[in-house]
Write a protein of this length. Sequence first.
Length: 202
Amino acid sequence: MRLILLFAVILFTSGCYVSKNPMRKEVKRLQKGITKDDTSYIYGLPYEEGESHLLVQGYFSSFTHRERAALDFKMKRGTKICAAREGVVVRLKEDGDRGGLKKRYRPYGNYVIIQHADSSRAGYWHLRKDGVLVNMGDTVKKGQVIALSGKTGYSFTPHLHFLVWSTDNRRQWRQVATRFQTSKGVRYLRPLRKYRNKAAGF
């Protein structure tokens, strides 16, 4: 409970900065249900069936996601991380052994990156040292365990940092806001709320 309060204080007192990224407004409208979306892919939550985790940062949160359509799930070290969507492992790192809230720790962050059938990619960051459970080139299924969570890289506390992005024909990088199947239906996730994984392989 104290950790939740600490994150709330950080999120709401870390300055008056508001991202000018036009995607921020789009995401807010999706989260509130103002814009209805029934065509984008429905991701699985990136942890095992029946588990619940607190979302400590959401899209464009003011702490470290000011320009990121990324999600941070609070997790104890060693929690099993599952692929939110099927695809092929195209990058990974698992030899990082340091972490903390200083930028010098960024190069130590361990990760897995999976490419999907539509060429978008999902990244799973801050993994435990030697905690990657897949290999380069592996084809993974939605819901498959791919790694163990940790606190490597630029990380305040053990958690999973999750981000999806794509590139257009001009090689321009674009973040993708993702919706998920939860125990309460399909949702664009919001910070400081817990979400339960309803069923693997949805």
